[in-house]
Write a protein that binds this ligand. Structure first.
Ligand code: AMP
Ligand code: MG
Length: 480
């Protein structure tokens, strides 16, 4: 049976969303379905596997089955304020409550034009759908806060980009999709009712254990600063570059949201940029923490009317909260990297050991993921893994010397499991899967999905290696 959805967003002030149904597509086909997430959400698995679900999520059911809405938001894109963005190719179908009582929004990404499409087609090509499905679910598997992917569909219809490509729809799930830009939209309209409603919903969905009596805008600001600091530190620890950290792509719950031209570092470079539109490197790897702070400052500005009736008092409150970001980010980063190296985080190991290590990776063009896995394998005396990784790391001598000097004596890991991932969603692998899917072959997608998200712990060199020169992808695209 189709899940029974609630429609909380339509209870918010009307300016924050518009009713809008998906536009039916020719041949919706669910080529990826996340059964474990479906189960968590209490979705009937028989229904989920049937054609009715593909029709519903593909937007092809009868109109009366949808009470979907497109939500409004603004945003600073590459530093420039855009007052009117909103769900141009996404639709909020409604909300579901899971068995633990957590409410989740179900969104379709690529379901057709909305009042916020600004001339765009509201559609998505299959490539970005596949990329987001695999990366967001892998991020979740690594405990990085993120929106989730419940499923992915082909539409049976072409979309026109620089080429004609098969269309796709992603079923995206999150406690909320509220963005910094949602607040900016309300603030620009001086709509304090809308601002207050967004504050209340943000607490409900992302900070539910916070006592209702203390759910103020200033507390929300502090919580969002803290979550964002942790999020960016987690990205950092995996070599992840979001690529388009505009304020409309920043979640109030500190989730990774809007996977566009994102990618993971192969060989490590502090200033790595992948996105083809990020010509000045605003969102380059090492600029993510200061950009997050800049975005948080824009978020804080949108909350000023709620912080204090006296504007200068409100500003100093916001400034005070923002000054904590750097030390919060550093604390998360230091703790996460200490864990990656098997060190005690209280000993200031980031500056003494980790930063020099990252410099070494940059100088020697070593693979970020494999280098950390190698150091861990050395510490664990895991000879099999050491041998496997030495075949893939020409920099092994330098890394081993580094390990002897800085880690051999002090490093130790918990007994169970590996701390550093061996397999990540490599850009070249995702590109190969997308290319095959564009010709209608989904076998490579399913194989990569199983390998990244399944229970495998056996890896071949081919599975984990970095790109060969001819596979090296130095540019990624939003695909909008
Ligand atoms: P992004 O930064 O890629 O998440 O998107 C920026 C804005 O452009 C958002 O408001 C999107 O909804 C909108 N947008 C992106 N692609 C399309 C499209 N194909 N049709 C309509 N709107 C789009
Ligand atoms: Mg976006």
């Amino acid at each position: 049976m189709q899940p029974l959805l609630a429609h909380n967003y339509s209870d918010l002030p009307a300016s924050l969303s518009s009713a809008c149904s998906p536009t039916p597509v020719k041949a919706p086909f669910l080529f990826a379905s996340n059964k474990s997430l479906a189960e968590t959400l209490g979705i009937d698995l028989d229904w989920f596997a049937a054609a009715d679900a593909a029709e519903f999520f593909g937007g092809s059911s009868a109109h009366e089955r949808y009470q979907s809405r497109a939500t409004a938001y603004a945003g600073f894109q590459f530093g420039q304020y855009n007052p009117q963005l909103g769900d141009g190719r996404a639709l909020l179908l409604g909300e579901l409550q899971d068995v633990a009582g957590q409410t989740w929004e179900i969104q379709l990404k690529g379901a057709g034009p909305t009042p916020f499409s600004r001339g765009g087609d509201g559609r998505s090509a299959i490539g970005p759908v596949i990329r987001e499905y695999l990366i967001s679910e892998w991020m979740h598997s690594q405990s990085v806060p993120t929106t989730r992917a419940l499923g992915a569909l082909t539409t049976g219809e072409p979309v026109v980009r620089d080429r004609i490509l098969p269309g796709g729809i992603l079923i995206r799930v999150a406690p909320s999709h509220i963005r910094f830009g949602s607040f900016q939209y309300a603030a620009a309209r001086q709509d304090n009712d809308a601002l207050n409603a967004l504050v209340a919903l943000s607490f409900e969905r992302h900070y539910p254990t916070h006592p209702p009596a203390h759910r103020t805008a200033s507390t929300l600001l502090e919580l969002v600063i803290d979550r964002t600091a942790e999020l960016v530190a987690r990205w950092f620890s995996l070599g992840f570059i979001h690529g388009v950290m505009n304020t409309d792509n920043m979640s109030v719950g500190g989730l990774t949201i809007d996977y566009g031209p994102c990618a993971f570092q192969d060989d490590f470079q502090w200033k790595r940029v992948f996105s083809s539109i990020d010509t000045r490197g605003r969102y380059r790897f090492d600029n993510q923490p200061p950009v997050a702070l800049w975005n948080l400052a824009r978020f804080a500005e949108s909350l000023l009317p709620l912080l204090d009736d006296n504007e200068s008092a409100a500003i100093s409150l916001a400034e005070q909260a923002l000054t904590n970001f750097e030390s919060q980010f550093n604390a998360y980063r230091d703790a996460i990297f200490a864990q990656k190296l098997g060190l005690d985080s209280t000993l200031g190991s980031y500056d003494r050991i980790c930063q020099p290590l990252l410099n070494l990776l940059q100088e020697s063009r070593a693979d970020f993921t494999l280098s950390f896995a190698y150091l861990e394998a050395l510490t664990r005396s895991n000879t099999e893994r050491v041998t496997l990784l030495e075949r893939l790391l020409p920099q092994q001598d330098k890394l081993k010397a580094f390990w002897r000097t800085h880690l051999a004596e002090d490093a130790a890991y918990p007994q169970t499991g590996a701390t550093n991932p061996l397999r990540i969603p490599r850009n070249h692998q995702i590109e190969q899967v997308i290319k095959a899917a564009e010709t209608g072959d989904f076998a490579p997608f399913s194989a990569l999905e199983r390998a990244l998200l399944g229970e495998t712990s056996e890896y071949s060199e081919e599975d984990i290696r970095g790109p060969k020169p001819q596979e090296w992808l130095n540019r990624t695209f939003c695909g909008t």
